[in-house]
Design a protein around this ligand. Structure first.
Ligand SMILES: [Zn+2]
Length: 121
């Protein structure tokens, strides 16, 4: 088995086709994806997945901690970047939820209200 060098892109051409298919199945193709900054409709899929670090209130921010792998779509005109969750897009297998904290330490937080009610169902 040949290990990929660290400099190799994390997304193959096949992966990128998967991302395009995933997006195409979910958007209005007549409209496309409109950049919220410059209204451009042409996007580039970056060669690598990225993982923004997860914020936890009572933990120091450590690189290399848990995160959610994301595909980056870069606006072809202004560079504005949007993320598509790589697990949802089927590129990366999902990971079981972390269970190190006992449920008793959970705050009794109310369900988070979303402004504007953005569900598309
Ligand atoms: Zn733009």
């Amino acid at each position: 088995m040949v290990k990929k060098p660290d400099t190799a892109p994390s997304l193959s051409q096949e992966d990128k086709k998967k991302v395009i298919k995933y997006i195409d199945e979910r958007i209005d193709r007549k409209i496309g994806i409109v950049c919220s900054v410059c209204q451009n409709k042409k996007w580039t899929i970056a060669d690598d997945l990225v993982i923004p670090p997860v914020y936890k209130e009572n933990r120091a921010q450590l690189l290399g901690g848990a995160g959610y792998p994301q595909v980056m779509l870069l606006c072809g005109k202004c560079g504005h970047t949007i993320f598509i969750n790589a697990v949802r897009a089927g590129l990366v297998p999902g990971v079981p939820e972390e269970t190190e904290e006992p449920p008793a330490t959970k705050k009794s937080a109310k369900a988070e209200e979303k402004p504007g009610g953005g569900s598309n169902g």
